[in-house]
Each structure stands twice: as C-alpha cells, then as structure tokens.
Design a protein around this ligand. Structure first.
Ligand SMILES: O=C(O)CCC(=O)C(=O)O
Length: 322
C-alpha cells in the first residue's frame, strides 16, 4: 500500500518538477527580455528603436495628449474622430464592417448567450466573450479594421508610447455578453502577463459603453516603473493572476480608479501591464474592436495570419504567426 502510494507520487512528481523548472526558466528569460526597458530597447529592439528615432511619427495635438496621459496614467479614453482627423470616415467603415460581422455570427452569438445563461462561465475559458474574428484572425490590409490600427496617428500613438517601432500584435471584435454570473478571468483585477516591456491595447467602441456594459477599469499610474513595483497577492486561474476586489479597494483610493465609460467612436487606450479589469457586462452587451500593440521582440503568443491572397510582405507592421 505504502509502496503503491509512493510510486504514484514519484511518477506524478517528476513531470511536475520538470514543469516547474521549465516555468521558472521561462519566467527568468522573460524578465531579462521583457522587464528591463533598457535591455529591450537597446538589445532586442535595437533596430526598431533606431528606425523610430530616425523617423518619429508626426503626432497631432490630440494624439500627443493621448501619449502624455498614457505615460502618466496608463489609461485614457479619447475620441477617435479627433485622432483620425481627415481620415474620420474610416470610423464609419469600421462600424459597417463590425455590424456585418455581427449579423453573420448572429446565431452563434445567441447560442453562446443561451449556454452562458444555462452553464455559467467554465473554469478555463472566457464564455462571456464572443470573438467575431475567431481565434486565428485573418488580416487583410484592405480591411477597415486593420486600416484603423495602421492609420498614422493610431500607430503613431503606440510607437510614441513605446519609443520604438511597434507592430499590431492582435485584433479582434469582442462582443462581451451581458450576464449576471459573477466576475471571472479578465473581469477580475489583474496585470497582463509580462510578455513585453509595455502592452498597449486600444478598445475602439462600436456602440456606447455605459456602466452596464462592463467598461474597462484601471488603477491609474500602475503602468509606470514605480507603479509596476506594486505587487499584490493574487491567484492563478489558468489564464492569469487575479487580485481580489477587496484588496484593490483597501490599497487604492477611488480617485486613482478610472472607469472607461465612452460613446461609440471613442477609443479606450490602456497599458495592460497596469492593474485593470473589464468586460463584465451586466445589463447590455459591450461591442468593441480590440487592438494589441507590442514591440517586435515581445514574447506574447501570436495569433494573426494573412488572409487568403495576402502575402506577409503586404503586412510589414503586423505580427504574424510563423
Ligand atoms: O475587457 C476588458 O475591458 C479588459 C480585458 C483585459 O483585461 C485584457 O485585455 O487584458
């Protein structure tokens, strides 16, 4: 009996030791590559940094304001029409594209809504979130969703924030289904995994985002070098490390908490290495286009693939899967 138990323990423990060692090595490597901005900028991203310095983006006044606020707070909601300036009609094309996608996936959306009401949120998946471009989004430079991210002021904000050339790392259309299920996964407070020195997301609001649509919430300043030092106890849920609400409430005053309420056409920008949560829609679905910008040397898994008939050379500013 005793021998049986220890034998089981031995076979079960060896892979676990391996897994632990591999995870620790992976974390150490990420820390070297992603945590230190100097190593990232002048080592792994040197060429992109030099290209950025040789040819920095010419930012408009509204775009400069976004960058300034992002550097200080890590979050800002801005009107995309002001950012796009003469290209403001692009926003209408984005909205038309999203509405077409929504109509195309209407049945799936309603099936997912029924399953969420019946089964709640599973242990390892975001059942409250429908990604209208799927898990492997196909990218086409003629697609308005892609054109928005690569528009000079939009991409320019990301580059100025990183102070290096960046790439569009992810794009999807998120429909967060309204639910009365308790918060789970990224609806709970967390920082994104350390897979780059900064991780900049832009959530373009297709519809208004009132409080009932579960706007992003963010603790201002937790993106700065000082703010990144704030470490709170957290639990791993299979996707990320989550911090309990009570701990956040006890640590931070209300004025440093931002709730990214907005109107259709606004963009919520956030460095998601800062403390945040979002997408817990309770009374009305939230419909946004989600963009992630990263540096070329980031360690974040890639999901984008070129659309049919599009070559990789057509997408030099997009991070594509091998
Ligand atoms: O859905 C949101 O507002 C936030 C999502 C999130 O936490 C993330 O993308 O890291």
């Amino acid at each position: 009996m005793v021998a049986e138990v220890s034998a089981q323990g031995a076979t079960g423990e060896v892979p676990q030791v391996f897994r632990k060692a591999r995870r620790s090595l992976g974390q150490a490597w990420r820390r070297v590559r992603c945590e230190n901005p100097v190593v990232s900028r002048y080592g792994f991203n040197l060429v992109s940094t030099l290209r950025y310095r040789q040819n920095p983006p010419a930012l408009s006044a509204p775009a400069q304001d976004v960058v300034r606020t992002l550097r200080r707070d890590g979050v800002i909601v801005a009107d995309s029409r002001a950012l796009l300036g003469p290209d403001a009609a692009l926003l209408d094309r984005v909205q038309d594209r999203v509405r077409a996608l929504k109509a195309e996936h209407a049945t799936v959306i309603e099936e997912r809504r029924a399953a969420l009401a019946r089964d709640g949120v599973g242990a390892r998946s975001k059942d409250y979130l429908v990604e209208l471009l799927g898990t492997r989004p196909e990218v086409d430079p003629r697609d308005p969703l892609v054109q928005f991210a690569l528009q000079e002021q939009v991409l320019g904000i990301a580059e100025a924030y990183f102070e290096t050339r960046v790439r569009l790392h992810d794009v999807n259309v998120w429909q967060n289904l309204a639910t009365d299920a308790p918060a789970s996964k990224s609806q709970k407070w967390h920082r994104d995994l350390l897979e780059d020195t900064k991780i900049l997301k832009a959530f373009l609001y297709v519809d208004d985002v009132p409080a009932g649509a579960g706007p992003l919430r963010y603790v201002k300043g937790t993106n700065t070098p000082q703010g990144r030092k704030i470490k709170l106890p957290s639990q791993w849920d299979g996707i990320g490390f989550r911090v309990e609400d009570e701990l956040i409430d006890a640590t931070f005053e209300e004025p440093v908490m931002v709730e990214a309420l907005g109107r259709a056409g606004d963009v919520a920008w956030a460095d998601t290495l800062g403390l945040h949560r979002g997408g817990h829609a309770k009374t009305v679905d939230r419909l946004v286009v989600m963009y992630t910008f990263c540096s070329p040397a980031c360690c974040r898994p890639k999901s984008l693939v070129p659309a049919q008939g599009v070559s990789r050379a057509d997408l030099p500013r997009v991070s594509l899967r091998r």
